[in-house]
Design a binder for this molecule. Sequence first.
Ligand code: PHE
Length: 460
Amino acid sequence: MLQRKMHGVWKSRWTFVLAATGSAVGLGNIWKFPYITGENGGGAFVLVYLACIAVIGLPIMIAEVLIGRRGRQSPINSMRYVTEEAGAQPTWVGLGWMGVVTGLLILSFYSVVAGWALQYSVSAVSNGFAGISGSQASARFGELLGNPSRLILWHSVFILMTTAVVATGVTRGLGMVARVLMPLLVVMLILLVGYGLFQGNFAEAFSFMFSFKYDHLSWHGVLTAMGHAFFTLSLGMGAIMAYGAYMPDHANVGQTVITVGILDTVIALVAGLAIFPIVFANGLEASSGPGLIFESLPIAFGAMSGGHIFGTVFFVLVVIAAWSSAVSLIEPGVAWLVETGKFNRLTANVILGGVSWLIGVAAALSFNLLSEFKWLLGMTPFDFLDFMTSRVLLPLGGMLISLFVAWYIKKEVIEEEMDAEGHPMLEIWLFLIKWISPALVAIVFVWALWGSIAKLLGVE
Ligand code: PHE
């Protein structure tokens, strides 16, 4: 039975742009992009990341929006609809399920990091960064990581914030976030870039990010860059599919997706240009890992006049950006539970938020009590969750989505949805999702897997 419940549809494609940008722009841009760029040697990594956005990310994002808009339900039920319509094997619905699980796994460690930003908002408000040096900033971050109850407290606060929004219905409020607060975040980042120009080592930062030294890039770096393209665009787990379900029929999907992609990419690059000048001017290590922004930015806020105000505003905005992303991580599962007719939004939220909270506790303890607990592929729970989602599940989900759309959905349906019959861009896009994007993901997977095996065998 082909069932397609009609949810409401947004008035214009701009609402989709706002919601999708709210989902895409988050900790991935401000926290993760700079630190993984630092860990992977800079320029060459950035170039591979940009190429992955253009050749793999954007085409797959179009495919994801298309499924959502065709199915007009939660990712699980949208997949069910398009699978039946295409006459494909029901196992494809598993993609929807995989997305729900991936979203909850990401939320669990995402919330821990958002908790760090919450703690830093509070420290900034009480002028806690005044005159702080590089080594003091690192020590301060280390203290936070060593405090399990503090980490769990903020993680819990963030999960509560997320479930509170989703419980009241996603779309309300999110528009405001994207329209007003996101531009403000960009202003704050540009302010920090300005600070770096005068007080930091901007020249070194620029050359670090944009000079392509390929010998710094490993197979693992390429996998990280590709995985991050999925992570930062919120692809491969149904978040964009869930929002695509509300997109008006005649909105141009291609243009819309490119707008979201450009906004997301620009914000990541500006974040890098804000952080690295401070890193290099203060003798910090670019490759110091997940603490990078928390060890570098307080130095700038502690040194500038009015820094406690700017610092507070900045970290609060980071929390808000993370919040609008977190909402989209849990929404696919919530929408599905509500569609089953057995749960209301609140109960659905409490259940799924509870699952993520529990897994997140293990992520929070990875920095202290469980730091030696490394029997998940030799990683702590935090690293394992990040690895499994960003580097495995999202690219795998994205690859399967592109294969499904390209090989199973009928050409007429695609043309109808894309409203671009015979347009050369349509053919190019189809070619990309049929062959290029999935093949590239597969090659990077095999390459990275071979790299790990070679390392284990000691033949690298
Ligand atoms: N894109 C978000 C960020 O960059 C994270 C995210 C990943 C959100 C996957 C939804 C789905 O922070």
